[in-house]
Design a protein around this ligand. Structure first.
Ligand SMILES: Cc1ncc(C[n+]2csc(CCOP(=O)(O)OP(=O)(O)O)c2C)c(N)n1
Ligand SMILES: [Mg+2]
Length: 339
């Protein structure tokens, strides 16, 4: 067991402006949907309806919703295998996401990718990538393509603290800075890479400081506070859009559940998890909504009901899907003989 302690929240002052009522309720609805969708997925995994890998982002919903809220339809998103929340917040429909988790042909990746490979080209959602750090160069490539072809989009690349230990992180930051590309490097620092605590693999645990080494501005953000996430991401998006080149944000957050579905969690204490649960982003934002008069208790309850209904419909959509016929197994597979 390590001695890692939850980091203090970054000190950037939160704006008092905040969202209007309609926006606040939309964001709260999205966070509730992500939580409900993933809790249902965990239950379905337990009953064998979903198999393979399943990485939940429960606890990290403010990052999913706040990160995506700052982007427009012309922007690209590249994510990790812990991406259900990013995909839902990006607007990928819940039914085809759930069907993908089931491995059905009506899934977003036709059932061939599963939980780790959600993909939606129309929404510029380029994965779902299972190789830690492997998608950072993909994000740089997308941004380079936009720049060379004169398109206005920025590319948001989400990755975990574990990816910072990969060479690709450093290569990607260097090239993006060298070519002044519109990339947002968005680190979802939940303090663990599977069972390895951040301070067991990084000499410098302040990830935001790794940007300036490449000439990239870096900022640490309280990832449990939706408003701060939206504001910091909005500033970074604007800077990248205005031609200031890549930006690095370190969202300090926490996953409440195991790394994947089974994990004895011997690497962290119950007290530590409990301490972070006290900062659960959903009740935190609900409180803000009520205190600022952006919604009533009744609104909050009805958003939770809607989230449950959308999740139920997603499960029904997945249940109704077909399995890919065995005769299609080799479609899209190139063999040596065919070359
Ligand atoms: C290149 C590579 N090495 C190892 C793995 C095995 N692996 C899967 S998830 C993971 C931890 C990554 O942690 P982090 O980047 O912090 O993301 P988190 O799971 O915390 O969201 C590892 C080492 C992998 N998928 N790819
Ligand atoms: Mg991590």
């Amino acid at each position: 067991m390590t001695t890692t302690k939850p980091a203090p929240a970054p000190s950037t002052p939160a704006s008092t402006a905040g969202p209007d009522a309609e926006t606040a309720r939309r964001w709260l609805g999205q966070m509730l949907l992500i939580r409900c969708f993933e809790e249902k997925a965990a239950e379905l995994y337990g009953s064998g309806r979903i198999r393979g890998f399943l990485h939940l982002c429960i606890g990290e919903e403010a990052v999913s919703v706040g990160g995506m809220a700052a982007l427009g339809p012309e922007d690209n998103v590249v994510s990790t295998y812990r991406e259900h929340g990013h995909a839902l917040a990006r607007g990928v429909p819940p039914g085809p996401i759930m069907a993908e988790l089931f491995g059905k042909v009506n899934g977003v990746s036709r059932g061939r990718g599963g939980s780790m490979h959600l993909f939606d080209v129309g929404r510029r959602f380029y994965g779902g990538n299972a190789i830690v750090g492997g998608h950072l160069p993909i994000a740089v490539g997308l941004a380079l393509a936009d720049k060379l072809q004169g398109r206005p989009g920025v590319t948001a690349c989400l990755f975990g603290d574990g990816a910072v230990a990969e060479g690709e992180f450093h290569e990607a930051l260097n090239l993006a800075a060298l070519w002044r590309l519109p990339v947002l490097f968005l680190c979802e620092n939940n303090y663990y890479a599977m069972g390895t605590a951040l301070d067991r693999h990084q000499a410098q645990t302040d990830i935001s400081l790794k940007g300036p080494a490449y000439g990239i501005p870096g900022e640490a953000v309280d990832g449990m506070d939706l408003v701060r996430v939206v504001e910091a991401t909005g500033r970074a998006v604007q800077a990248a859009r205005d031609g200031a080149g890549p930006q690095l944000l370190e969202y300090r957050t926490y996953r409440f559940r195991a790394h994947s579905m089974y994990d004895a969690e011997l690497y962290r204490s119950r007290e530590e998890v409990e301490q972070w649960r006290q900062r659960d982003p959903i009740p935190g934002f609900q409180k803000l909504v009520l205190e600022r008069g952006l919604g009533t208790q009744q609104d909050v309850e009805s958003l939770a009901k809607d989230a449950a209904a959308v999740t139920d419909r997603a499960v029904a959509f997945a249940e109704a899907g077909e399995w890919e016929p065995a005769s299609d197994s080799f479609r899209d597979v190139e063999t040596q003989a065919a070359l």
